[in-house]
Ligand binder design. Structure first.
Ligand SMILES: *[C@@H]1O[C@H](CO)[C@@H](O)[C@H](O)[C@H]1NC(C)=O
Ligand SMILES: *[C@@H]1O[C@H](CO)[C@@H](O)[C@H](O)[C@H]1NC(C)=O
Length: 194
């Protein structure tokens, strides 16, 4: 019994040690093209944070607000990330488009834009990706997608200045959200420009 088991073990080990390098070699030979990678594109939104501050300078004054949203966007088809940050005095209702800052290695002409709808908890992404693999194989892709996002845990604090005097801030409200989970999304639309 014992020797049979030993033999089986040896055989399977030998088989594996032959099979793995072969499989690895085949895999190494296969270089996914830029087109392959783009058609498999997956984005990930991470580190989403949102905050808003509402300031009222006097009991008669209107409240002014400042909203901020930020996240990092990674893309499985390219080696660089996008840092997406925006501020707004009218809030985020999904209409306005903002540009992200691309990380190191991004080619000229590449770009990421986003829209954010706070009430709906929705992020829309549009990315321009360049594929240059020699003559006849170069193209510019525009990929678009959207996803629901959760803002995570939020705190909401209001400070009111009971003994307000001219020149002081009367009321200040701060909303801060962080810790929303990472979200992956896939393009719902592709455009190819030659
Ligand atoms: C508050 O806002 C309203 C509407 O925008 C404006 O008509 C009014 O003059 C503002 N009041 C002050 C004190 O700025
Ligand atoms: C969103 O806000 C902008 C600027 O305040 C406004 O022009 C636009 O009509 C709003 N859109 C929606 C769908 O509420």
């Amino acid at each position: 019994m014992v020797s049979t088991r030993f033999l089986l073990f040896t055989l399977s080990t030998t088989t594996a040690s032959v099979a793995i390098p072969l499989a690895a070699r085949q895999y190494d030979d296969y270089q996914p093209t830029c087109w392959d990678k783009i058609l498999d594109l997956q984005w990930t939104i991470s580190g989403l944070s949102y905050s808003a501050s509402y300031t009222t300078v006097s009991p008669e004054a209107n409240t002014t607000s400042w909203d901020y949203v930020g996240f990092t966007l990674s893309n499985s088809a390219v080696g660089y990330m996008a840092d997406c940050v925006a501020g707004s005095v009218v809030g985020f209702n999904g209409t306005e488009e903002y540009s992200c800052t691309l990380g190191e290695g991004a080619p000229e002409g590449a770009g990421v834009k986003f829209k954010f709808a706070k009430e709906q908890g929705k992020v829309e992404v549009e990315e321009v990706i360049l594929c240059s693999e020699g003559e006849g194989h170069s193209a510019t892709f525009v990929a678009k997608g959207e996803t629901g996002v959760s803002l995570g845990q939020c705190t909401d604090e209001t400070q009111e200045n009971e003994e307000w005097k001219e020149g002081e801030v009367y009321k200040n409200r701060e909303v801060k959200c962080a810790g929303g989970e990472d979200v992956s999304l896939w393009p719902s639309q592709f455009l190819v420009k030659e």
